[in-house]
Design a protein around this ligand. Structure first.
Ligand code: PEP
Ligand code: MG
Length: 318
Protein backbone atom coordinates (compact mmCIF):
# COMPACT_ATOMS: atom_id res chain seq x y z
CA UNK A 1 0.00 0.00 0.00
CA UNK A 2 2.88 2.34 0.90
CA UNK A 3 4.44 1.93 -2.53
CA UNK A 4 1.12 2.54 -4.28
CA UNK A 5 0.65 5.73 -2.25
CA UNK A 6 4.21 6.78 -3.02
CA UNK A 7 3.31 7.09 -6.69
CA UNK A 8 0.77 9.74 -5.69
CA UNK A 9 2.90 12.07 -3.57
CA UNK A 10 3.44 14.64 -6.30
CA UNK A 11 -0.27 14.91 -7.00
CA UNK A 12 -1.99 17.91 -5.40
CA UNK A 13 -3.84 17.23 -2.11
CA UNK A 14 -7.20 18.39 -3.39
CA UNK A 15 -10.72 17.11 -2.91
CA UNK A 16 -12.86 16.10 -5.88
CA UNK A 17 -14.57 19.47 -5.76
CA UNK A 18 -11.27 21.33 -5.82
CA UNK A 19 -10.70 22.25 -2.15
CA UNK A 20 -6.98 22.42 -1.38
CA UNK A 21 -5.82 20.55 1.73
CA UNK A 22 -2.51 21.25 3.45
CA UNK A 23 -0.71 18.07 4.42
CA UNK A 24 2.19 18.63 6.75
CA UNK A 25 4.57 16.45 8.73
CA UNK A 26 5.11 16.09 12.46
CA UNK A 27 8.82 15.81 13.13
CA UNK A 28 10.80 14.98 16.22
CA UNK A 29 14.27 14.68 14.75
CA UNK A 30 15.98 16.77 12.09
CA UNK A 31 16.84 13.51 10.25
CA UNK A 32 13.15 12.91 9.52
CA UNK A 33 12.98 15.85 7.10
CA UNK A 34 13.99 13.60 4.22
CA UNK A 35 11.15 11.20 4.94
CA UNK A 36 8.68 14.09 5.14
CA UNK A 37 9.84 15.42 1.77
CA UNK A 38 9.78 11.96 0.16
CA UNK A 39 6.18 11.60 1.32
CA UNK A 40 5.17 14.92 -0.22
CA UNK A 41 4.67 17.00 2.94
CA UNK A 42 3.96 20.68 2.23
CA UNK A 43 5.98 21.58 5.28
CA UNK A 44 6.40 20.77 8.95
CA UNK A 45 3.21 21.41 10.92
CA UNK A 46 4.71 20.39 14.24
CA UNK A 47 8.40 20.34 15.09
CA UNK A 48 8.73 18.83 18.56
CA UNK A 49 11.86 20.40 20.03
CA UNK A 50 12.04 18.38 23.23
CA UNK A 51 14.79 16.12 21.89
CA UNK A 52 17.15 19.13 22.20
CA UNK A 53 16.72 18.84 25.98
CA UNK A 54 16.69 15.10 26.45
CA UNK A 55 19.43 12.72 27.61
CA UNK A 56 21.83 15.40 28.74
CA UNK A 57 22.75 17.17 31.97
CA UNK A 58 22.89 20.75 30.61
CA UNK A 59 20.49 22.93 28.63
CA UNK A 60 20.77 23.91 24.97
CA UNK A 61 21.70 27.58 24.47
CA UNK A 62 20.38 30.00 21.86
CA UNK A 63 23.12 29.17 19.34
CA UNK A 64 22.43 25.44 19.56
CA UNK A 65 18.72 26.04 18.99
CA UNK A 66 19.46 28.34 16.08
CA UNK A 67 21.91 25.91 14.46
CA UNK A 68 19.27 23.20 14.61
CA UNK A 69 16.46 25.35 13.19
CA UNK A 70 18.56 26.83 10.40
CA UNK A 71 19.70 23.35 9.35
CA UNK A 72 16.06 22.28 9.27
CA UNK A 73 15.11 25.28 7.14
CA UNK A 74 17.93 24.57 4.71
CA UNK A 75 16.81 20.93 4.38
CA UNK A 76 13.20 21.99 3.85
CA UNK A 77 14.02 23.96 0.66
CA UNK A 78 11.58 26.78 1.32
CA UNK A 79 8.81 24.68 2.88
CA UNK A 80 7.38 26.23 6.06
CA UNK A 81 8.06 24.94 9.56
CA UNK A 82 6.05 25.36 12.75
CA UNK A 83 8.43 25.16 15.70
CA UNK A 84 6.77 24.29 18.99
CA UNK A 85 8.36 25.71 22.09
CA UNK A 86 9.48 23.41 24.86
CA UNK A 87 6.81 20.88 25.85
CA UNK A 88 8.65 18.91 28.52
CA UNK A 89 6.86 17.04 31.27
CA UNK A 90 5.06 13.73 31.74
CA UNK A 91 5.89 11.80 28.56
CA UNK A 92 8.93 13.91 27.62
CA UNK A 93 11.60 14.28 30.29
CA UNK A 94 14.88 16.10 30.77
CA UNK A 95 17.44 15.43 33.47
CA UNK A 96 18.59 19.05 33.30
CA UNK A 97 15.06 20.11 34.11
CA UNK A 98 14.30 17.71 36.94
CA UNK A 99 12.64 19.86 39.60
CA UNK A 100 11.69 19.16 43.16
CA UNK A 101 8.08 18.10 42.86
CA UNK A 102 8.62 16.39 39.51
CA UNK A 103 7.27 13.29 41.23
CA UNK A 104 3.92 14.88 42.00
CA UNK A 105 0.93 12.57 41.84
CA UNK A 106 -0.52 14.03 38.63
CA UNK A 107 2.36 15.20 36.41
CA UNK A 108 0.02 15.63 33.42
CA UNK A 109 -1.65 18.41 35.41
CA UNK A 110 1.64 19.81 36.64
CA UNK A 111 4.35 22.28 35.75
CA UNK A 112 4.93 21.42 32.11
CA UNK A 113 5.12 23.02 28.65
CA UNK A 114 4.06 26.70 28.54
CA UNK A 115 3.49 26.69 32.31
CA UNK A 116 7.11 25.78 32.94
CA UNK A 117 8.32 28.32 30.36
CA UNK A 118 6.36 31.15 31.98
CA UNK A 119 7.43 30.21 35.47
CA UNK A 120 11.06 30.01 34.39
CA UNK A 121 11.38 32.49 31.52
CA UNK A 122 15.16 32.06 31.45
CA UNK A 123 14.37 28.64 29.99
CA UNK A 124 12.01 30.08 27.40
CA UNK A 125 14.03 33.09 26.24
CA UNK A 126 16.97 31.41 24.45
CA UNK A 127 14.61 29.19 22.49
CA UNK A 128 12.30 32.05 21.50
CA UNK A 129 15.24 34.25 20.51
CA UNK A 130 16.53 31.41 18.32
CA UNK A 131 13.10 30.86 16.73
CA UNK A 132 12.85 34.60 16.01
CA UNK A 133 16.32 34.62 14.48
CA UNK A 134 15.43 31.54 12.39
CA UNK A 135 12.41 33.44 11.06
CA UNK A 136 14.84 35.72 9.21
CA UNK A 137 16.09 32.67 7.31
CA UNK A 138 12.84 31.11 6.08
CA UNK A 139 9.12 30.60 6.70
CA UNK A 140 8.88 29.92 10.44
CA UNK A 141 5.88 29.89 12.77
CA UNK A 142 6.16 29.68 16.56
CA UNK A 143 3.65 27.49 18.41
CA UNK A 144 2.89 27.44 22.14
CA UNK A 145 1.91 24.10 23.73
CA UNK A 146 -0.63 23.32 26.45
CA UNK A 147 -2.23 26.75 26.56
CA UNK A 148 -5.08 26.82 29.09
CA UNK A 149 -5.85 30.51 29.64
CA UNK A 150 -5.48 33.68 27.62
CA UNK A 151 -3.37 35.28 30.33
CA UNK A 152 -0.67 32.73 29.47
CA UNK A 153 -0.78 33.97 25.89
CA UNK A 154 -0.59 37.58 26.99
CA UNK A 155 2.49 36.81 29.08
CA UNK A 156 4.13 34.78 26.32
CA UNK A 157 3.41 37.55 23.78
CA UNK A 158 4.92 40.14 26.14
CA UNK A 159 8.10 38.06 26.43
CA UNK A 160 8.27 37.66 22.65
CA UNK A 161 7.84 41.44 22.18
CA UNK A 162 10.57 42.11 24.74
CA UNK A 163 12.91 39.68 22.93
CA UNK A 164 12.25 41.43 19.62
CA UNK A 165 13.38 44.72 21.18
CA UNK A 166 16.44 42.95 22.51
CA UNK A 167 17.26 41.56 19.03
CA UNK A 168 16.83 45.08 17.61
CA UNK A 169 19.36 46.38 20.13
CA UNK A 170 21.69 43.48 19.31
CA UNK A 171 21.37 44.21 15.59
CA UNK A 172 20.08 40.68 14.86
CA UNK A 173 17.51 39.97 12.13
CA UNK A 174 14.08 38.43 12.58
CA UNK A 175 10.74 38.49 10.78
CA UNK A 176 8.54 40.92 12.68
CA UNK A 177 5.47 39.24 11.14
CA UNK A 178 6.44 35.69 12.19
CA UNK A 179 3.09 33.98 12.95
CA UNK A 180 2.55 32.95 16.57
CA UNK A 181 0.01 30.24 17.33
CA UNK A 182 -1.36 28.12 20.12
CA UNK A 183 -2.01 24.44 20.43
CA UNK A 184 -5.56 23.62 21.39
CA UNK A 185 -5.04 20.51 23.49
CA UNK A 186 -6.74 21.30 26.79
CA UNK A 187 -10.56 21.34 26.91
CA UNK A 188 -10.48 24.84 28.44
CA UNK A 189 -8.60 26.09 25.38
CA UNK A 190 -11.12 24.58 22.96
CA UNK A 191 -14.00 26.04 24.96
CA UNK A 192 -12.39 29.50 24.83
CA UNK A 193 -11.01 29.14 21.31
CA UNK A 194 -12.54 32.50 20.31
CA UNK A 195 -10.55 34.42 22.89
CA UNK A 196 -7.41 32.50 21.99
CA UNK A 197 -7.94 33.01 18.25
CA UNK A 198 -8.29 36.76 18.81
CA UNK A 199 -4.71 36.83 20.12
CA UNK A 200 -3.11 34.28 17.81
CA UNK A 201 -2.20 34.01 14.13
CA UNK A 202 -3.12 30.32 13.95
CA UNK A 203 -4.40 27.41 16.06
CA UNK A 204 -3.44 23.75 15.94
CA UNK A 205 -5.52 21.05 17.60
CA UNK A 206 -3.43 18.53 19.55
CA UNK A 207 -5.78 15.60 19.86
CA UNK A 208 -3.38 13.40 21.83
CA UNK A 209 -3.59 15.65 24.86
CA UNK A 210 -7.09 16.94 24.10
CA UNK A 211 -8.44 13.38 24.33
CA UNK A 212 -6.36 12.63 27.43
CA UNK A 213 -7.63 15.70 29.29
CA UNK A 214 -11.23 15.57 28.07
CA UNK A 215 -11.90 11.87 28.56
CA UNK A 216 -9.65 11.55 31.65
CA UNK A 217 -7.67 8.83 29.90
CA UNK A 218 -3.94 8.70 30.54
CA UNK A 219 -2.49 8.59 27.02
CA UNK A 220 0.40 6.42 28.26
CA UNK A 221 -1.64 3.91 30.27
CA UNK A 222 -2.23 0.68 28.34
CA UNK A 223 -4.91 -0.37 30.81
CA UNK A 224 -7.26 2.35 29.50
CA UNK A 225 -5.96 2.53 25.96
CA UNK A 226 -9.17 1.05 24.54
CA UNK A 227 -11.11 3.98 26.01
CA UNK A 228 -8.97 6.55 24.16
CA UNK A 229 -11.62 7.48 21.61
CA UNK A 230 -11.06 10.33 19.12
CA UNK A 231 -14.68 9.97 17.94
CA UNK A 232 -16.18 10.56 21.39
CA UNK A 233 -18.93 13.19 20.98
CA UNK A 234 -17.17 15.45 23.50
CA UNK A 235 -14.00 15.43 21.39
CA UNK A 236 -15.90 16.08 18.17
CA UNK A 237 -17.67 19.02 19.79
CA UNK A 238 -14.41 20.57 21.02
CA UNK A 239 -12.82 20.15 17.60
CA UNK A 240 -15.82 21.74 15.94
CA UNK A 241 -15.82 24.66 18.40
CA UNK A 242 -12.16 25.29 17.61
CA UNK A 243 -12.62 25.10 13.84
CA UNK A 244 -15.61 27.44 14.02
CA UNK A 245 -13.80 29.97 16.20
CA UNK A 246 -10.95 30.04 13.71
CA UNK A 247 -13.32 30.41 10.80
CA UNK A 248 -15.25 33.25 12.46
CA UNK A 249 -12.06 35.22 13.07
CA UNK A 250 -10.24 34.17 9.91
CA UNK A 251 -7.52 32.44 11.91
CA UNK A 252 -6.27 29.23 10.28
CA UNK A 253 -6.88 26.04 12.28
CA UNK A 254 -4.93 22.84 11.74
CA UNK A 255 -4.66 19.56 13.56
CA UNK A 256 -1.40 17.92 14.57
CA UNK A 257 -2.49 15.16 16.96
CA UNK A 258 -2.50 11.53 15.83
CA UNK A 259 -6.14 11.82 14.82
CA UNK A 260 -5.06 14.04 11.89
CA UNK A 261 -3.15 11.13 10.37
CA UNK A 262 -5.73 8.45 11.00
CA UNK A 263 -7.59 7.85 7.71
CA UNK A 264 -10.67 6.66 9.62
CA UNK A 265 -11.27 10.29 10.60
CA UNK A 266 -10.05 12.16 7.53
CA UNK A 267 -13.44 12.41 5.85
CA UNK A 268 -15.21 13.46 9.03
CA UNK A 269 -12.60 16.13 9.77
CA UNK A 270 -12.82 17.44 6.20
CA UNK A 271 -16.56 17.57 6.58
CA UNK A 272 -16.16 19.56 9.79
CA UNK A 273 -14.13 22.10 7.83
CA UNK A 274 -10.56 21.16 8.73
CA UNK A 275 -8.16 21.99 5.89
CA UNK A 276 -4.73 21.54 7.49
CA UNK A 277 -3.55 18.15 8.66
CA UNK A 278 -0.14 17.49 10.19
CA UNK A 279 0.91 13.88 10.61
CA UNK A 280 3.28 11.19 9.59
CA UNK A 281 2.46 11.75 5.92
CA UNK A 282 1.23 9.32 3.32
CA UNK A 283 -2.56 9.30 2.99
CA UNK A 284 -4.52 10.07 -0.13
CA UNK A 285 -7.40 12.53 0.09
CA UNK A 286 -9.99 12.00 -2.57
CA UNK A 287 -13.26 13.10 -1.06
CA UNK A 288 -15.85 15.67 -1.96
CA UNK A 289 -15.59 18.38 0.71
CA UNK A 290 -19.09 19.72 0.17
CA UNK A 291 -20.82 16.36 0.62
CA UNK A 292 -18.72 15.67 3.70
CA UNK A 293 -19.67 19.06 5.20
CA UNK A 294 -23.37 18.25 4.77
CA UNK A 295 -22.89 14.84 6.34
CA UNK A 296 -21.03 16.35 9.29
CA UNK A 297 -23.87 18.83 9.80
CA UNK A 298 -26.43 16.03 9.80
CA UNK A 299 -24.31 14.04 12.25
CA UNK A 300 -23.98 17.00 14.62
CA UNK A 301 -27.72 17.61 14.50
CA UNK A 302 -28.13 14.11 15.91
CA UNK A 303 -25.12 14.03 18.21
CA UNK A 304 -27.10 13.96 21.43
CA UNK A 305 -28.84 10.72 20.48
CA UNK A 306 -25.70 9.02 19.24
CA UNK A 307 -23.13 7.19 21.26
CA UNK A 308 -19.52 7.30 20.31
CA UNK A 309 -19.23 3.72 19.12
CA UNK A 310 -21.40 4.25 16.07
CA UNK A 311 -20.53 7.88 15.27
CA UNK A 312 -18.29 7.12 12.34
CA UNK A 313 -20.78 4.67 10.88
CA UNK A 314 -23.45 7.32 11.42
CA UNK A 315 -21.29 9.87 9.60
CA UNK A 316 -20.79 7.58 6.64
CA UNK A 317 -24.51 6.87 6.50
CA UNK A 318 -25.64 10.49 7.08
C1 PEP B 1 -0.94 16.43 20.92
O1 PEP B 1 -1.02 16.52 22.15
O2 PEP B 1 -1.87 16.03 20.19
C2 PEP B 1 0.30 16.79 20.21
C3 PEP B 1 0.35 16.87 18.91
O3 PEP B 1 1.41 17.03 20.97
P1 PEP B 1 2.26 15.89 21.70
O4 PEP B 1 1.79 14.57 21.16
O5 PEP B 1 3.68 16.20 21.39
O6 PEP B 1 1.91 16.10 23.13
MG1 MG C 1 0.43 17.61 23.30
Amino acid sequence: RQSRLRTLVDRPARTRDGVEIRLQANLELAEDVELAKANGAHGVGLYRTEFLYMNRADLPDEEEHLANYSAMLADLDGRPITIRTLDLGVDKHSEALARPGSNVSNPAFGLRAIRLCLKEPELFRPQVRAILRASALGPVRLMLPLVTSVHELDRALAIIAELKRQLDRDGLDYDDAMPIGAMIEVPAAALTAHAIARRMDFLSIGTNDLIQYTLAIDRLDDAVNDLFDPAHPAILRLIRLTIEAGRALDVPVGMCGEMAGDPRFTRLLLGMGLREFSMQPGALLDSDADTLARRADRLFARLDESDSTDLLAAFDAA
